[in-house]
Design a protein around this ligand. Structure first.
Ligand SMILES: Cc1cc2nc3c(=O)[nH]c(=O)nc-3n(C[C@H](O)[C@H](O)[C@H](O)COP(=O)(O)OP(=O)(O)OC[C@H]3O[C@@H](n4cnc5c(N)ncnc54)[C@H](O)[C@@H]3O)c2cc1C
Length: 556
């Protein structure tokens, strides 16, 4: 097989604890150096928290796993300082096409409007994603220990005790807080005797990653019952380095070991691509999947995130995407709790908000899976009838489900939101992930989303910043000095001078997307979700909304 990526090996170092008696206490230990543990570690460092990150391995994700990273995840990666290499190396795309037999029956565009920094999706092999995230984590000062395997966990009221095994012996560590990102099998979940509920799907898929020069557009193509693989489905994605990822549905009754043999795989690919196209195999594997989640993502001082907390089928690309968004939701809350600026209860809203997102992901993933792999003859007849009708009838196209792709959750039911008391149109409701827009900053093109994140912010919309009321400016500057600071950001229709940081809504899209008028103010959370908004803001209301968004309910 041809390998396009040379796996990075990270150095193991014996820990100082091996020469000491007793356990060292760390404010935050994260277990698992996958995309989710890395995202949490980088975010924690950006909040100034010292981080010890433990992984039992010494390299990045081996083989073919995650490949599609959604716009919201790219926004989070940008905030974490590692979006650029991912987008530069990956293959950006917006359009997906679904075929039934030989005909296209449906297509979608993930980003129908222009004016966003990032594409709807970027395809990139998971090993590259992790490679870039490891580099960023090291640059941010995360202490990563490779080949350090957690073998025991003891929960306590005010910390978690860990036993860690290394090639040179084992040692004990104490963590004020433990973020568990040790993957779908989550040894720590098992060590703590915690359950994860859901269902296993009885189907198998063959992954064949092939390296070839081809002129397929940067789009997602999905076939139901194609002539080259009858009665099953096939998915094609283009990735970096001229690698194409092909997923062939196999059914449940096949022998996975037999299916991985080149003499079985190569004819399948040739049937799809034709005999003349040259390609080499980079990776072959067979996967099955499950949709399940833990009831609660917080158990005392142990916080579960990513695959350790919830799993979905790969259709829809919701695994790493949702895990990175878990980290995005968790770390700012943890920082406030660690600093004593928010009650412990704030961390329970992590389960509430990300549990809601996990349920949405599981529902969507299960629906896609049921459509792609119908159970029984009646379901399959119905499925094929929908596909037949969708050639001609728009209503049937809406029922075609080849994997609804990862979108961020709108946390509209969150107790952290302040409900609207005025009328607004559009999507930017309390709980929504913020929309991006092109802006100008100091006369240069920029993106609204890049001006935000990592702290509470007040986005004040106005025509001309030089006409802003002085009292309002002073009050907003005062909020920036509060115990939980709120940084003001003016979004103006035209350039002008004022004492606050200011961007110009160069194409009018920020005003449009936020249904803003001069005077409208949006309160954004550190994870770039809308917490509250007003047409006629008052400082007392902003203070109350920050108290609510940080679960300081008695201070509202
Ligand atoms: C075929 C396939 C396709 C996929 N496609 C996509 C996609 O397109 N988009 C997407 O978003 N997701 C996709 N996923 C899902 C994605 O791969 C996972 O959701 C993602 O890797 C989860 O990240 P994680 O950090 O939670 O866990 P992992 O990536 O599994 O990382 C867990 C880490 O914990 C370490 N660890 C485990 N036990 C211990 C221990 N005891 N001590 C120390 N370290 C330990 C492991 O070595 C590992 O490094 C796909 C998955 C598959 C299988």
């Amino acid at each position: 097989m041809h390998q396009t990526y040379t796996y990075r090996k990270f150095p193991y170092a014996p820990p100082p604890e091996l020469k000491e008696s007793g356990a060292r206490r760390h404010p935050l230990v994260i277990v698992g150096c996958g995309p989710v543990g890395l995202a949490a570690a980088i975010d924690a460092r950006q909040h100034g928290i010292p981080v010890l990150l433990l992984d039992d391995d010494d390299t990045v994700s081996v083989g073919s796993r995650g490949l599609c990273y959604a716009k919201r995840t790219l926004d989070v990666l940008d905030r974490l300082g590692c979006g650029d290499p991912v987008v530069a190396k990956g293959v950006g795309w917006d359009v997906g096409r679904t075929f039934f037999r030989n005909d296209e029956v449906f297509n979608f565009n993930l980003r129908p409007q222009p004016g966003f920094k990032r594409p709807g999706m970027v395809n990139l092999q998971q090993y590259y994603l992790e490679d870039y995230m490891v580099q960023r984590a090291l640059d941010a000062g995360v202490q990563i220990r490779w080949k350090h395997k957690v073998v025991a966990v003891q929960p306590h009221d005010d910390h978690a005790g860990l036993q860690v095994e290394t090639p040179d012996g084992s040692y004990a560590v104490e963590a004020d807080w433990l973020i568990v990102c040790d993957g779908a099998r989550s040894p720590i979940r098992t060590m703590l005797g915690l359950d994860i509920d859901g269902k296993i799907f009885q189907d198998r898929f063959l992954i064949a990653d092939v390296v070839m020069k081809a002129d397929f557009p940067a789009e997602r193509w999905f076939w139901f019952d194609p002539p080259f693989h009858p009665n099953q489905s096939v998915l094609l994605h283009r990735e970096a380095d001229d690698v194409y990822r092909i997923d062939f549905q196999l059914g449940w009754d096949v022998d996975p070991e037999e299916e991985k043999k080149p003499e079985k795989v190569i004819p399948r690919i040739k049937a799809m691509l034709g005999d003349d196209r040259e390609f080499t195999l980079e990776w072959v594997s067979v996967y099955t999947f499950q949709c399940r989640r833990m009831n609660d993502f917080r158990h005392g001082r142990c916080l579960f995130a990513g695959d350790a907390a919830h799993q979905v089928s790969p259709f829809g690309a919701r695994g790493a995407n949702s895990g990175v968004q878990d980290a995005d939701n968790l770390v700012w809350k943890l920082k406030l709790v660690m600093d004593g600026r928010a009650p412990l209860h704030l961390l329970d809203t992590y389960t509430a908000e990300r549990g809601f997102a996990a349920d949405e992901n599981i529902l969507n993933s299960t629906r896609s899976t049921d459509f792609i792999t119908p159970k029984g003859a009646v379901s399959k007849t119905f499925r094929n009838a929908v596909l037949e009708l969708s050639r001609e009838l728009p209503f049937a196209r809406k029922l075609v489900n080849s994997g609804r792709l990862s979108v961020p959750s709108f946390l509209t039911a969150s107790p952290l939101n302040t409900p609207d008391c005025e009328r607004f149109e559009g999507d930017m409701v309390p709980g929504a992930p913020m929309d991006d827009a092109p802006v100008e900053r100091d006369g240069a093109p920029a993106w609204l989303i890049d001006q935000t994140g990592g702290r509470f912010q007040a986005l004040l919309f106005c025509d001309d910043p030089s006409e802003l009321d002085d009292a309002m400016q002073w009050q907003l500057l005062g909020l920036a000095e509060a115990a939980i600071p709120v940084e003001p950001l003016v979004v103006a229709r035209r350039a002008g001078k004022c004492s606050l940081k200011c961007v110009v809504d160069s194409e009018g899209l920020a005003f449009k997307r936020y249904d803003a008028r001069p005077g409208t103010l949006y309160l954004l959370r550190p994870d770039q979700h809308v917490a509250a908004r007003w047409r006629e803001p008052e400082v007392s209301r902003i203070v109350a909304a920050v108290a609510r968004a940080t679960a300081n309910f008695d201070q509202e």
